[in-house]
Ligand binder design. Structure first.
Ligand SMILES: Cc1ncc(C[n+]2csc(CCOP(=O)(O)OP(=O)(O)O)c2C)c(N)n1
Length: 629
């Protein structure tokens, strides 16, 4: 009896140090380990939250990868890395799962400084094949590199970044990347695009072949010519080289991704092969937990804490308090009811941006491009140029993928694209790869671009009204990963005529210029601390409000605040504009993230750590006032 047979409780998963123990285990032991890992994931994630379904789906696949290959010499590259929890457990990190995604805790993605087994980091999708390409070219120069295995999901394969790399590596038959396509027919929500249809055809082809083998034996000889005529019709559709073979790969599959027998056989074959190989594995997203297996809306992709017994989420929706994503979705729903020629575009974030209800009401007016941010921007721009004003709902961090399209396709042609920048600012548990702190510098120097950010939900609606009102574009309206109150009167506010700032508090000893949801608590703190300063709401970050800039008391200290990176941000723009306008400033300080990557952790805790919480802003202003001559 092997060691694993004796494993009976969850403690055993926590005691795993290295994946090498898998080499001794037979199929039954592996199956028992898979069950234990699933129980551990349910138990642990019900307390911390985290990426649930993707991990439940790859339990057998990850165990099989570690059994057949020898990490860390063999390089296991996980695309996105959100499905890397089983890998973390097998490489000795189960004991740290109670800190998952929390401040200073275990990362929700792979991290090179967490383990030698994490050979590559991600967070954004579709990079694993290109990363494998780099390692393949490094291999002749580096004896420490063994086999190179890239794991990628069917959703992530949609992206140009993945397809470019697949095409590129197919051109090098002497290199032998092993690409594992984890096909669960889902992105966060149901997968889109023709590739996903093609994967269905491949699956049908396999069923067709096995059916053909069985039935041809049963059909009398005289009827066979007739059946073969019918067959020929569908044969062209179902046979012939598939996409991967056409690109130069040896293709295996589709195989049952929950069968150790099939997985281990295919992985061992690929290990022996000296050609580029694609192994197409079919898995069930959320496998082993009834609520997540049934989910098509992406509710179990990333979860908040839940009741492990019945899958009920602990966090109950609060009446009238909504996320900014939810507030935006509600606005769009309302707008669509009076604008029949209006589209919402999302690159694969229907669930995250809370567009599920919009999709149900207006299925033909929600364009989900899949993980194709660049396409979503260019397409949105050209739609607008043809008189249909679309709203592109995109996370700040994923807009990075479409930088060139924003400049080249949209802004240059003054296309009236409205870009709703979701998750602008710190994002919490997703951390470093997902922080929405680079879009302002990215967009601030783009001609024709307007950038706005509301102080609260009501102002969000005014800014959206403004965005839809102006004729040309583009305009970006940012909103944070936070909540605010919804009130029906928000639909009927006085519209803004032009990009302008507002004064929230009058004072004589200095000025704070800021934007976003810090303004309300900051204003309250200014009042309660009896700080004699002016507080300005810079709800337009571009263009700056020149009239208000000219009225600033530049002989008194000026402090700017942004939950964003400083280089190319509001502070630098304010200072340089003041100098351009011939004003000289006595004392100036810009608060923001100073040339750094911000790790995962609670938003409030991180703001405090970087001196960007309300208390730190008040202290900084006080210090400037005290130092002033
Ligand atoms: C560039 C980019 N866009 C969007 C996302 C958000 N995202 C994270 S996982 C995911 C779905 C990926 O689907 P798939 O590759 O099939 O993996 P699965 O979760 O189904 O295993 C998406 C859209 C991302 N991480 N990166």
């Amino acid at each position: 009896m092997s060691r694993m047979r004796k494993r009976t409780d969850l403690m055993d998963v926590v005691s795993i140090k290295e994946p090498s123990f898998l080499k001794d285990l037979g199929t039954e032991d592996l199956e028992s380990l898979a069950r234990e890992i699933r129980s551990f994931l349910i138990n642990s994630l019900s307390k911390t939250g985290g990426h649930f379904s993707s991990n439940m789906g790859v339990v057998e696949l990850t165990i099989a990868l570690h059994k057949v290959f020898d990490s860390p010499k063999d390089q296991l590259i996980f695309d996105v890395g959100h499905q890397g929890y089983v890998h973390k457990i097998l490489t000795g990190r189960a004991g740290a799962f109670d800190s998952l995604r929390q401040t200073d805790g275990l990362s929700g993605f792979l991290k090179r400084n967490e383990s030698v087994h994490d050979c590559y980091e991600a967070g954004h999708s579709s990079t694993s094949i290109a990363a494998a390409a780099g390692m393949l070219f490094a291999k002749p120069h580096n004896a420490d590199i063994g086999n190179i295995i890239a794991l990628i999901g069917d959703g992530s394969l949609n992206s140009g970044a993945a397809l470019e790399a697949l095409n590129f590596l197919g051109h090098y038959p002497e290199k032998n990347p092993i690409i594992i396509l984890n096909d669960n027919e889902m992105s966060i929500t149901e997968n889109v695009g023709h590739l996903s249809r093609m994967l269905t055809q491949i699956r049908m082809r396999r069923s067709y072949r096995s059916l053909r083998r069985k039935t041809s034996r049963m059909i009398p000889k005289r009827l066979r010519p007739f059946t073969s005529k019918v067959e020929k019709r569908i044969k062209g559709f179902l046979t012939g080289p598939n996409y991967f073979e056409a690109l130069g790969y040896d293709y295996y599959g589709p195989l049952d991704g929950h069968s150790f027998k099939h997985l281990i056989k295919a992985l061992e074959n690929a290990k022996r092969s000296n050609k580029p190989t694609v192994i197409h594995v079919r898995t069930k997203k959320g496998c082993g937990y009834t609520p997540s297996e049934a989910d098509k809306e992406g509710l179990w992709h990333g979860v908040k804490p839940f009741d492990a017994k019945n899958g009920a989420f602990h966090a109950k929706p609060e009446t009238n308090v909504m996320t900014y994503s939810g507030l935006t979705a509600k606005y769009l729903h309302n707008h669509a009811s009076t604008h029949p020629d209006f589209y919402v575009i999302t690159p694969a974030m229907v669930g995250g941006s809370e567009l599920n209800d919009f999709k149900k009401t207006y299925p033909d007016r929600l364009i989900d491009t899949g993980i194709a941010e660049a396409t979503s921007v260019t397409m949105g721009g050209s739609l607008a140029m043809k008189g249909v004003r679309p709203f592109l709902s995109i996370y700040s961090t994923f807009l990075q993928r479409a930088y060139d399209q924003v400049i080249h396709d949209v802004a240059r042609q003054k296309a009236g694209l409205i870009i709703g920048i979701d998750r602008a600012g710190l994002v919490g548990g997703d951390g470093e790869t997902h922080q929405g702190i680079y879009d302002i510098p990215m967009l601030s120097h783009v001609p024709n671009m307007t950038i706005a950010h509301p102080k609260d939900g009501a102002e969000l609606y005014r800014l959206l009204d403004y965005a839809f009102k102006i004729e040309s574009g583009p305009i970006a309206v940012r909103y944070p990963r936070a909540k605010d109150v919804f009130d029906a009167s928000m639909f009927t506010q006085k519209p803004l005529d032009m990009p302008s700032w507002e004064t929230l508090h009058e004072g004589s000893r200095g000025t704070i210029i800021a934007f976003g949801d810090i303004l309300k608590p900051l204003n309250e703190a200014i009042v309660s601390n009896k700080l004699d300063v002016t507080l300005i709401n810079a709800r337009f970050i571009k263009p700056l409000d020149k009239r208000m800039l000219l009225s600033l008391k530049t002989d008194k200290p000026i402090l700017t605040y942004e939950e964003s990176t400083l280089n190319g941000g509001l502070g630098q723009m304010v200072l340089s504009k003041l100098y351009q306008m011939g004003r000289r400033v006595n004392a100036f300080k810009a608060l923001g993230f100073d040339d750094t990557f911000v790790p995962h952790g609670d938003r409030e805790a991180m703001l405090k750590r970087y001196g960007l919480d309300v208390e730190s802003v008040i202290d900084a202003m006080r210090e400037m006032i005290d130092d002033a001559p």
